[in-house]
Design a binder for this molecule. Structure first.
Ligand code: SAH
Length: 349
């Protein structure tokens, strides 16, 4: 038996072709696409302007992904909500909803687990289970829109997983997400964060999208970076900076560097000086993240004075820098923490 097509992962032109090949009228494609990506239907049954007979046929031809919310945690301090969703096969992913003055932002996962092995990150502790389909990335945003009753205006691919390790699905997801016939989220309001897979960063540059590329840098020398991130053994900082320059040349978009401050590891004055030397020649913005300690590792947060001092040093050198507001700290806000905790709790039970 051939595998059924995942209908929500098809772009509009692909859906048109697909339905035509089944002998269906091509205007059906536009109708169905609107049901899936604008009205956020959760199954063929909801597509009430299509005949019952046609909906039944669709059920035979296609799979229709849908998420089940397993757990929702709401921060008592900042309104951040963290959702744990079950996928069709029972795997769990987490997504975060954050309310800002300028609109609502959703942070989505791109894989079940992760194989990048960053030392401070909870998502990677059990390795990679599987890639998410484009539809399953979209579903996180759609489900949260339905559950909160509020429009999502910004999307960050910064949850569990390495998006560049799931490149083709990521690209299809981005196409559908920012399609004017779908939810129509502006490309400028989308950020993709990578641990630094150089060939994929260059490939993404050549797509000429207007999305923001965020690079998880976390250290300014190869030696230090290798201690925190195994991927640093594969690509040097020099290659990374070259790829960032290329991304800027190709897209005109300013790069974001993420730098998680880990107490006593990468937060000294010398670290700041080295980071300045890297960042200065590039058109970039630095986002300092106080590390969110996970219980499996003994990394600690830099103290508040240190963080401020680090930031001041960068600012004195005219580098654009912000400290990431710590949202949802009280609800296992860091990547992979909620999923891990839930699995652990259930095992014990
Ligand atoms: N794999 C991608 C996206 C997911 S991680 C990447 O590496 O960029 C999103 C960001 O959170 C990355 O910068 C990651 O390094 C950081 N991060 C992960 N766990 C963290 C923790 N416990 N504390 C602070 N930052 C963390």
């Amino acid at each position: 038996m051939t595998q059924k097509t995942d209908i929500k992962s098809l772009t509009l032109p692909e859906l048109k072709k697909e339905l035509e090949s089944r002998g269906e009228k091509s205007f059906r494609a536009k109708q169905m696409y609107e049901w899936m990506h604008v009205k956020l239907a959760r199954g063929f049954d909801e597509m009430t302007n299509l005949s019952r007979e046609f909906r039944e046929k669709c059920g035979e031809w296609y799979t229709f992904t849908a998420l089940q919310a397993v757990q929702v945690q709401e921060s008592g301090t900042d309104g951040t909500k963290k959702f744990l969703f079950a996928l069709g096969d029972g795997n769990l992913v987490e997504s975060v909803w954050m309310k800002y003055k300028h609109g609502n932002s959703v942070c989505i996962s791109s894989q079940v687990g992760c194989r990048m092995g960053c030392r401070f990150c909870a998502s990677t502790l059990d390795g990679l289970e599987r890639n998410l389909l484009p539809s399953e990335m979209l579903d996180q945003i759609y489900a949260i829109t339905l559950l909160t009753g509020e429009r999502v205006s910004n999307v960050v691919v910064m949850g569990t997983g390495e998006p560049m390790d799931n490149y083709e699905n990521l690209l299809t997801f981005l196409k559908i997400l920012t399609d004017e016939n779908g939810l129509n989220i502006s490309q400028r309001n989308v950020t993709v964060s990578t641990c630094g897979i150089v060939p994929k960063m260059r490939q993404l540059a050549e797509e000429h999208l207007q999305i923001t590329l965020a690079l998880s840098l976390h250290a300014a020398t190869d030696e230090k970076r290798r201690k925190l991130m195994p991927i640093a053994n594969k690509y040097s900082i020099e290659e990374l900076m070259e790829a960032c320059r290329y991304y800027f040349e190709q897209t005109g978009r300013r790069i974001t560097f993420e730098y998680s401050l880990v107490g006593g590891v990468n937060d000294t004055d010398e670290d700041a000086r080295e980071l300045i030397a890297l960042a200065k020649p590039l058109c970039c913005h630095i986002n300092l993240i106080p590390v969110n300690p996970i219980k499996e590792r003994d990394y600690v947060q830099s103290d508040a004075d240190r963080i401020q001092r680090f930031k001041n040093k960068l600012e004195k050198n005219k580098i654009n820098v912000t400290i990431r507001r710590e949202m949802g700290r009280d609800i296992d806000g860091a990547c992979g923490q909620l999923r891990r905790k839930f699995k652990g709790d259930n095992k014990r039970a």
